[in-house]
Ligand binder design. Structure first.
Ligand code: GDP
Ligand code: PGA
Ligand code: MN
Length: 608
């Protein structure tokens, strides 16, 4: 037991503790909880322990209230509908707060709004917080969620404590992170990432609550203070805005910690691929939101004898080992928060198997038989009342092909890094970059069609460097420099690739079948890693497969020439656009070696 000091006692006042023992919290956590309770004035405190029993208790309460309803066709699956104004990440209201603006954003050209990083001054943040958080939990319970990102106590793992007045968040955090009191034992009196979340609707509620989903869309604010390791989120219950362990902590805050400590926090899936000969390789891949990470991580190979096992589907924390010089990756999460539409037994059978029980579905449709439904699930259209960004949250351990090492605290050794996005034109199915530096440059030039994962309207190709644009925790030029600095003698640098499953024909049809067939691309990548000769053709942007080198056995009608071509006209235009982007957006923060890669590539394109 820890002793509660007088200040804490005073701040807590006579607030009831509905569950848990305040004395069992480490002193820094006690102070954090008491201070924030004093600010947000909930009617009581509930310290979560992450047990099944706790989850059942909360589920029952929410079902009674009508916020959750059981999907009767499955065991312990629930559906939930949000306020239609609260369905995706809100990038325009997501901020990084640092004293020096240029710790967050690049020195962009005059008059150019930074696309990467969204800066707010500490003073402005104070004003924003003061107008939202005082009393914001009135009449509600404040849940205290202790969680670990990564296996509890692991060398790459980190601890956070989230306060929230949303029970939906409590249930989802239990799926997505490791919620347990063991976290407090590991923590002792060290620091942790402080996560403060409120739906922003104190009681008595003045607005009409739609779908039993309290939120405050007009007042949304998601702010990060990297030096203080602190996250403030107000007004939204949507996963990417409210499950603060995920994008907020594991990417925006963690990328800052990673820069300081010499490791990487990236928006990447991690997969283990075993070839028919029995040899396994680990691959990490960065695609923007809703561009295929979850699908690739759980791919069911169409080539006989191949096996894919999933380590993670969204975020990778990676560090070079001092012993063998290889890059080791862990998945800091414990669950999948996946895009529902397009997920089916045909496209991603392993995801479907994962969410047969103990999962939460948000904004999907429900059939008369108590089943979930969305576009692309079956051939027959049953119901249209799902949102394009509807999601499932499912425990990773339920995935039939979860890798036996997925919770190995040391992580798995990465041989290759893949970048990719939705590129309807010009970009070949796959190419290998020429070096670590050229790989960084290629990642910096990543673009994709926008998707429903954020508030962008319509489809347009947008820059999303390293698939990190919405998740950049600090100055993008410094981030590139950090990647450059990672290459050191004695380290085995992963090879870097670029893929594009989304190239379209003149008729607007996908040129590549994708999904399980993507194993054919992985096959080529692994052959390249092995040094197999005669399978690559150098082009201005990197090495593409020779026509015979891609295994197309049993696959008809692939227009390989169209799929693999590197059209000069397209790339010449792209070179101008990219140069403009990097010069105006990253400006003088652009590291010289990357500028050099850009100039070299432009030259190669002009010489085509
Ligand atoms: P994530 O948000 O990056 O994890 O993306 P998901 O794996 O959830 O996929 C997002 C959407 O892209 C879903 O609708 C998928 O069905 C679709 N998708 C994923 N992989 C492929 C692919 O190889 N080809 C095509 N055409 N669509 C894909
Ligand atoms: P994802 O992002 O599409 O990369 O899984 C989840 C989110 O919208 O926060
Ligand atoms: Mn995903």
């Amino acid at each position: 037991y820890y002793v509660i000091n007088e200040v804490v006692v005073k701040r807590l006042g006579h607030l009831p503790i509905y569950k848990g023992d305040f004395h069992l919290l480490p002193p820094k956590v006690q102070r954090f909880v008491a201070e924030k309770a004093e600010l947000m004035r909930p009617r009581g405190i509930y310290i979560c322990d992450g047990t099944e029993h706790e989850s059942e208790e909360i589920v029952d309460k929410l079902v009674e209230r009508g916020m959750l309803s059981p999907l009767k066709a499955y065991h312990n699956n629930y559906i939930c509908r949000t306020d239609p104004k609260d369905v995706a990440r809100v990038e325009s209201k997501t901020w990084m707060v640092t004293n020096d603006k240029y710790d967050t954003v690049c020195r962009t050209a005059e008059g150019v709004e930074p696309l990467m990083g969204h800066w707010m001054s500490p003073n402005d943040l104070s004003t924003e917080l003061d107008s939202r958080f005082p009393g914001c939990m009135a009449g509600r319970i404040m849940y205290v969620i202790p969680f670990s990102m990564g296996p509890v106590g692991g060398p790459l793992s980190k601890i956070g404590v989230q306060l929230t007045d949303s029970n939906y968040v409590v249930l989802s955090m239990r799926i997505m992170t490791r919620v347990t009191h063991e976290v407090f034992d590991v923590l002792g009196n060290s620091d942790f990432t402080r996560c403060i979340h409120s739906v922003g609707l104190p009681r008595p509620v003045k607005q009409r609550v739609i779908n039993h989903w309290p939120c405050n869309p007009d007042r949304v604010l998601i702010a990060h203070r990297p030096p203080e390791r602190e996250i403030w989120s107000f007004g939204s219950g949507y996963g990417g805005n409210s499950l603060l362990g995920k994008k907020c902590f594991a990417l925006r805050i963690a990328s800052n910690i990673a820069k300081d400590e010499g490791w990487m926090a990236e928006h990447m899936l991690i997969m283990g691929v075993t070839r028919p000969c029995g040899q396994e390789h680990f691959i990490a891949a960065a695609f923007p939101s809703a561009c295929g990470k979850t699908n690739l991580a759980m791919l069911e190979p169409t080539l006989p004898g191949w096996k894919v096992r999933c380590v993670g589907d969204d975020i990778a924390w990676m560090k070079f080992s001092k012993e063998d010089g290889r890059l080791y990756a862990i998945n800091p999460e414990a669950g999948f928060f996946g895009v529902a539409p397009g997920t089916s037994k045909k496209t991603n059978p392993m995801a479907v198997a994962t969410f047969q029980a103990n999962s939460i579905f948000t904004n999907v449709a429900e059939t008369a038989d108590g089943e979930y439904y969305w576009e692309g699930l079956e051939d027959e259209v049953k119901d249209k009342s799902y949102h394009p960004n509807s999601r499932f949250a499912a425990p990773a351990r339920q995935c039939p092909i979860i890798h036996p090492k997925w919770e190995d605290p040391q992580g798995v050794p990465i041989d290759a890094i893949i970048f990719g996005g939705r590129r309807p034109a010009g970009v070949p199915l796959v190419f290998e970059t020429n070096s670590w530096l050229h790989g960084i440059y290629t990642g910096a030039c990543l673009k994709s069609e926008t998707t429903a994962a954020a508030e962008h309207k319509g489809k347009s190709v947008m820059h999303d460097p390293m698939a990190m644009r919405p998740f950049m925790g600090y100055n993008f030029g410094k981030y590139l420099q950090h990647w450059i600095d990672l290459e050191q003698p004695g380290r085995i640098m992963p090879k870097i690739y670029h893929v594009n499953w989304f190239r379209k024909s003149a008729e607007g049809k996908f040129l590549w079948p994708g999904y399980g067939e993507n194993i054919r691309v992985i096959d080529w990548i692994i052959k390249r890693l092995d040094g197999v000769e005669g399978i690559g053709k150098e082009t201005a942007i990197g090495t593409v497969p020779t026509p015979e080198s891609l295994n197309l056995d049993g696959l008809d009608g692939v227009k390989l020439d169209e799929l693999m071509s590197v059209p000069k006209e397209y790339w010449a235009e792209d070179a101008v656009e990219v140069k403009n982007f990097l010069t105006t957006q990253v400006g003088e923060d652009l590291p010289a070696p990357i500028r050099n890669e850009m100039e070299q590539q432009e030259k190669r394109i002009n010489d085509m």
